[in-house]
Design a protein around this ligand. Sequence first.
Ligand SMILES: Nc1ncnc2c1ncn2[C@@H]1O[C@H](COP(=O)(O)OP(=O)(O)OP(=O)(O)O)[C@@H](O)[C@H]1O
Ligand SMILES: [Mg+2]
Length: 450
Amino acid sequence: MRSMPDDLDALRSALELSPENVPLRTHLARSLLSRGAHAEAEELLRAGLRLAPDSQELKLTLARCYRIQGKTSAAFVIVEDLIKRSPDPAPAYLLHARLLLDTGERERAAREYRKALREDPDAADRALEKALGLDDEDDPGLPALGPTPIRLEAEGLEDLDPSAFRLERPTITFAEVGGMDAVKEEVRLKIIHPLTRPELYAAYGKSVGGGILLYGPPGCGKTHLARATAGEVDAAFLAVGIDDVLDMWLGNSEKNLHALFALARRERPCVLFFDEVDALGAKRSAMRHHGGRNVINQFLAELDGAKASNEGVLVLAATNAPWHLDAAFRRPGRFDRIIFVPPPDEAAREQILRILLRGKPVADLDHAKLARKARHFSGADLMAAVDRAVEAKLAEALAAGVPKPLTQKDLLAALKRTKPSTREWFATARNYALYANEGGLYDDLLPWIE
Ligand SMILES: Nc1ncnc2c1ncn2[C@@H]1O[C@H](COP(=O)(O)OP(=O)(O)OP(=O)(O)O)[C@@H](O)[C@H]1O
Ligand SMILES: [Mg+2]
């Protein structure tokens, strides 16, 4: 997606070889800034600061980068900090003056400019003096001082609405996911091992990349498993509700999708998880949305890009309605593994109950029997039942003034009062499995259909 001329590529490669080289990084960032590639510059500088958190040079350049993008308050924060700490605050004073001028505080700006000169007489800047009204001479080379509007092609993350995604570092691992052995194995093969053992895949000439699409009835652990995948490899977890992306940024979603992938790259290793991905792929829904087709194309392009260059970005998606998904999503390198996540079987339900009850005060329980009684329960249904039992027990304990452990009877009663939710889904799935099972796509579903 780079539109920059390739002379910067030499700098990029050099930096890849010596990421600790601060002057090189600053130089590249400045070159990018001068060509309008603000977002790439920002990414570069932030990555640099993770390696060298105290670098004044990187901080100053990042502040400039923010100012150019109109992120004035972020720029102020850095500059004010630099003024306090930097052994050579003149450049920070200068930038502070410019920022104050941007925001219309000419007087304060002039004061800061004078401080800069006091620190370093060589810091004099005629153009700035003129803008500050400190110099009467004409200066035809006056550069524009106001914030430059953000370019449309910039790869900025600034438009990302944090409420449309969740960035976290999960601590749960596969140990907290009951059952799903086949699914876990597939995720290991396709996602985890390529990340942890890339040399093995290379040795066999096995290409990596491409995502896994999980589908199945609600509450059976798709999202839970995706999060645990991140925990399993100690990666970041970026969960995106596609509906949110579409609704909040209507007309702007292509740009936002790109920014999302950029964010995932910045956080890598990162599990990028698209929840309810059918909303994006849905033929019907796409038509309802302005520019829906473009969004799909952009999404696919980003996915293909993820395969080509986003090593360390693992793409997972989940849906209840895979049949709404555009066939283009299933091409090799995209979501080329489509995995059915079934309701937990008896053994899995037993495991899930053990996981859910871990750390809670319980009496002797017959987990196997509870699992047997929870036919057609999803993981979420089991969670609801346990919650219900806990609440009842809590009320009892509050009344009695002493904590009491959960008993088999409590749990059985709660299970009885909870309605299993997985059957409904199969009623819909049935039609697709029987009549739209192109290429055996839904073969895994057939044994579940009555
Ligand atoms: N296999 C499982 N092991 C442990 N807990 C589970 C399992 N399946 C579900 N749960 C529990 O149920 C909750 C709901 O599951 P989750 O959100 O992952 O379902 P989902 O398949 O993503 O559902 P939806 O299709 O509605 O998004 C989880 O937060 C987790 O606590
Ligand atoms: Mg989910």
